[in-house]
Design a protein. Structure first.
Length: 430
């Protein structure tokens, strides 16, 4: 047993309460690891014989197949529910639905999409977090204003709360680029439906669509740029740079025109021309500042368009396929990790808390990943796959490798996975 094995055993045997350092090191639920890499890592850690390694890889393939079949059923449900609202659909629905039926199905689409995002380990951004992003200026120095009244419903989800890097030019050294740290979401998902009459495009549609968007590497301060109906607003400083010189120039001209009659005998033509030139210069500065602001804003919009071209991962029905695939892979990682830890270390039976700590310690030490492992959902999947047995007292024991392969080879098709992880928890505790 090597040092990592001892650490895993120690973590599982620790007291129930986590230390502050352990809490700080726990990250999100998402495990950023490819299936093939995870399988190879676990096979190498176990130092399996050739026959056992083949059995282990067979087990992983069977787990993957069972989960894929369950997610295929979920995909059909989502496709059917989303079909009337897909703005990119090329097949028109044959049956027309009433307004009440459409609203009911729209609510179902939002519910299923939210549960899918939960399974892919996204978290819903609360309204105050979105509003905080709107109040802050983007990296280009602009603030946006969004009319939330145009949305019948809007949901924003994020995953991967990290510190990203961006290259910018400072105003005092425009000839040099510097790298700055920017709080960033690695993945951002948006789903919305507009209010009746709040159309933002000219495309014909008989049914108000539900729009799905998925983006990558979005700075937190730029969340609002992904929402429709946003527009750039001028700061007080920008407005002052435009209006103060302009109003001052006009005031000077009017003052001179009023006083010109009384002072005509005292003022020479050259002095009046100089004053008028000064006023015209002030007005011209204001006009120049306005056009400079407009040009900068256009450049900002161009940068934004170019950036989102590469940051947009998918739209509408494509988002469903991508998220289903990510949720399926995440479920695979959780299932295999929980079984492997129980099989390797918990042969006498471990509680869910012990498995949870052991997996988190393994990921942190073997891969330097701070993950808040979702053990209850993982145990529910193992129970459905018949890969664990309850030993009483809230303890679980892994089915041995050969028996696990035989069990999965004879397992009937899995029913669709519970819609939400809360449902999975209720079934586990039943």
């Amino acid at each position: 047993m090597d040092s990592l094995d001892h650490e895993i055993q120690a973590a599982a045997s620790a007291a129930e309460e986590l230390s502050p350092d352990e809490v700080a090191r726990r990250g999100e639920h998402f495990i950023p690891l490819r299936k093939a890499d995870l399988i190879q890592l676990l096979a190498d850690r176990q130092s399996l014989s050739s026959a056992d390694e083949e059995q282990f890889r067979r087990l992983c393939l069977l787990i993957e197949t069972a989960l894929h079949a369950a997610y295929h059923d979920r995909l059909q449900m989502l496709k059917e529910a989303y079909a009337p609202f897909d703005p990119d659909a090329d097949a028109a629905p044959r049956a027309s639905l009433s307004a009440e039926e459409l609203n009911a199905r729209a609510s179902a689409v939002f519910g299923q999409f939210v549960s899918l995002l939960e399974r892919a380990n996204f978290r819903r951004l609360p309204q105050e977090e979105i509003e905080a992003a709107i109040r802050s200026a983007s990296q280009w120095g602009f603030r946006l204003k969004i009319d939330f009244s145009i949305f019948e419903r809007l949901e924003v989800f994020a995953r991967g709360d990290v510190i990203g890097k961006q290259t910018v030019r400072k105003w005092h050294r425009p000839w040099r680029t510097v790298e700055i740290e920017v709080p960033t979401y690695q993945r951002l998902a948006v789903i919305f439906r507009l209010q009746p009459g709040a159309r933002l495009d000219e495309s014909p549609a008989t049914v108000r669509p539900i729009v799905l968007k998925l983006f990558k590497n979005i700075p937190k301060a730029d969340v609002e740029i992904l929402l429709p109906g946003s527009r750039v607003t001028m700061s007080l400083w920008d407005q002052g740079r435009i209006w103060v010189p302009t109003v001052t120039g006009f005031g000077l001209v009017i003052y001179k025109l009023i006083g010109a009659g009384a002072m005509l005998t005292l003022a020479s033509l050259w002095s009046l021309a100089a004053l008028y030139s000064l006023a015209a210069g002030a007005i011209g500065y204001g006009v120049k500042t306005f056009f400079s602001y407009s040009t900068t804003k256009d450049k900002h919009q161009l940068k934004l368009t170019r950036s989102l071209y590469f940051q947009n991962l998918d739209s509408n029905a494509g988002v469903l396929f991508r998220l289903l695939d990510e949720a399926e892979e995440q479920d695979f990682r959780e299932t295999v990790l929980a079984w492997w830890v129980l099989w390797r270390h918990g042969r006498d039976g471990w509680t869910a808390r012990q498995v949870d700590r052991a997996v988190e310690r393994f990921l942190r030490r073997a891969l330097e990943l701070g993950v808040d492992f979702e053990i209850l959902d993982a145990l529910e999947k193992l129970r459905r796959l018949r890969l664990v047995e309850s030993t009483g007292g809230g303890r679980w024991k892994a089915v041995d490798l050969g028996a696990a392969v035989a069990e999965l080879e004879n397992l009937p098709a899995l029913a669709p996975l519970p819609l939400t992880k809360r449902d999975a928890l209720r079934r586990l505790m039943a």
